[in-house]
Ligand binder design. Structure first.
Ligand code: C2O
Ligand code: CU
Length: 505
């Protein structure tokens, strides 16, 4: 069992509850940073790259000397990285050899609805029982996915610019535990605009998937939110349902790793893949001169111009594409990526060791991509969207996680934006929620009536909303008609049905 539970909000800035590992934890910075392998296509017919992924359980070593069972894409965690070109379609055949149904979603992808990983559109286990066609959920019958042989082909047109996307599980009610067990990987899209920029590439273009986990004594992942033994009094939900926070920080699946770097610029594609944890990332020591990070891209692509940041607040699912210039540090420096929102072990993420000088012909140009800045006048509608934790019972006790007062119902459509249109969504909250829309990318227009925040630059698919905050976003519904979800990306809130539909018409 996972040991002592901290209080709610035990780590600043995150809604959730800290679970402490029972396993012995390693000293930080002992393990080298792994880089997830790039997946090779099985064929490239007719202009489409075809890939195959088998989702399966595997035992891997995460904590030194212990075995952890993961549910992984090809049995690894993180899953293999898919590298694509903008406008070149990709087809990925997923085979489900796990004991549970799965759903694959390409987060940040502009994907037709039948390939977007709708939460009830499941791939049943290969060789499992034939589907009944429907599964009862919350008192209603919802259709199961269309496959019973355990495979499904997902097609991604990728008609979108260069960006750091990621793919992860999205099964209704079970996204939290299934991602926690390992079902997440990068999908990086490149394009000609990015290629023409003198940014770091190759070994100096490094994806960093940051997430937290807790471990049982034997090394197994500890995930408490489904444990019925944790249910409190009648009507009081399991406290971990407000968010599971682990006490071990993993980067690309390794606990507090280190990376040897030369005294040059590196591009880091930072992804917060945690279920519920938010980070405030900084470098310790900070560089003697200049900002720690130069942000060049956000969730959905490159920025128009770089933004200098001394720290980065990253909520679950957000991506920050940044450049760090290690020439600002003397050779032999140790530079720690720290988390100012953490405490004890979670206050540290990973360490860089600047081992030698090297040639660097990279630059960060003043102009990156052509960037169309949306304006309020572009919007044809204004929608109000409230993400709230509400008492489930009149006397208090238990929580409902609602959007505009409702929990998820696959059959209810809240909004019908027109294909190609732009809308203002005015979003309010009463606790912390990272709000994510499928398909549609957006720009942050305001926070609490003022300017967007320092971490809001660029095209986004997820916005981090603080307790009591109101934000306006300008959402552009380009892509495909059909039904899509929007939801809280605190995965425990999502599993508590903090999700809703819009249909692009
Ligand atoms: Cu990253 Cu609907 O998900
Ligand atoms: Cu939430």
């Amino acid at each position: 069992n996972g040991g002592g539970a901290g209080g709610d909000n035990s780590n600043e800035g995150s809604t959730g509850r800290l679970l402490e590992s029972a396993a012995p934890l390693p000293e930080p910075f002992g393990v080298a940073l792994p880089i997830p392998p790039v997946l090779e296509p099985v064929s490239t017919d007719g202009g489409t790259d075809h890939y195959e992924i088998t989702q399966r359980a595997a035992e891997i070593e995460i904590l030194p000397g212990l075995r952890t069972e993961v549910w992984g894409y090809n049995g690894i965690f993180p899953g293999p990285t898919i590298v694509s070109r903008s406008n070149r379609p990709v087809a990925v055949t997923h085979r489900n050899e796990l004991p549970v149904p799965v759903v694959v979603h390409l987060h940040g992808g502009k994907t037709p609805p039948e390939h977007d990983g709708y939460p009830t559109d499941m791939i049943l286990p290969a060789g499992g029982p034939a589907p009944s066609g429907h599964e009862s959920h919350g008192g209603q019958s919802v259709p199961l996915g269309d496959t019973s042989d355990g495979t499904r082909v997902y097609e991604f047109p990728l008609e979108q610019p260069a960006a750091t996307l990621w793919y992860h599980d999205h099964r209704m009610d079970f996204t939290g535990p299934q991602v926690y067990r390992g079902l997440a990987g990068f999908h990086i899209v490149h394009d000609d605009v990015e290629d023409a920029l003198p940014l770091p590439t190759g070994d100096r273009d490094v994806p960093l998937m940051i997430c937290d986990r807790a471990f049982e004594e034997d090394g197994a992942f500890a995930y408490p939110s489904l444990d019925p033994g944790l249910q409190g009094e009648p009507g009081v939900e399991n406290p971990y349902m407000s968010g599971v926070l682990g006490d071990v920080i993993l980067v690309n699946g390794a606990p507090w790793p280190h990376m040897e770097v030369t005294g040059t610029r590196y591009r880091f594609r930072i992804l917060n893949a945690s279920n519920a944890r938010r980070y405030k990332l900084a470098l310790d020591p900070p560089p003697a001169e200049g900002a720690a990070f130069t942000q060049i891209g956000s969730d959905a692509g490159l920025l128009g111009a770089p933004v200098e940041l001394d720290d980065i607040e990253a909520a679950p699912a957000e991506r920050f594409d940044v450049v760090v210039d290690f020439s600002a540090y003397p050779i032999d420096s140790e530079v720690t990526l720290v988390n100012a929102f953490g405490e004890d072990g979670t206050a540290q993420v990973m360490r860089f060791r600047v081992v030698e000088e090297a040639d660097d012909d990279t630059e960060i140009p003043d102009r990156l991509a052509d960037f169309e800045t949306l304006a309020r006048a572009d919007a044809v509608a204004t929608r109000r969207v409230r993400f709230a934790r509400e008492a489930a019972n009149p006397g208090g006790g238990g929580n409902l996680w609602t959007i505009n007062g409702e929990t998820f119902d696959p059959d209810r459509v809240d909004f019908e934006p027109a294909l190609g249109s732009t809308e203002v969504w005015r979003i309010t909250t009463n606790v912390h929620h990272p709000v994510h829309l499928h398909l549609a990318h957006f720009q942050v227009l305001s926070r609490d009536g003022g300017d967007p925040g320092p971490y809001d630059a660029g095209w986004k698919d997820t916005i981090d909303l603080r307790d009591g905050e109101e934000a306006e976003i300008l959402v552009r519904f380009t892509g495909y008609p059909g039904r899509y979800v929007y939801h809280c990306h605190n995965l425990e809130h999502e599993d508590m049905m903090m999700m809703a539909n819009f249909t692009v018409v």
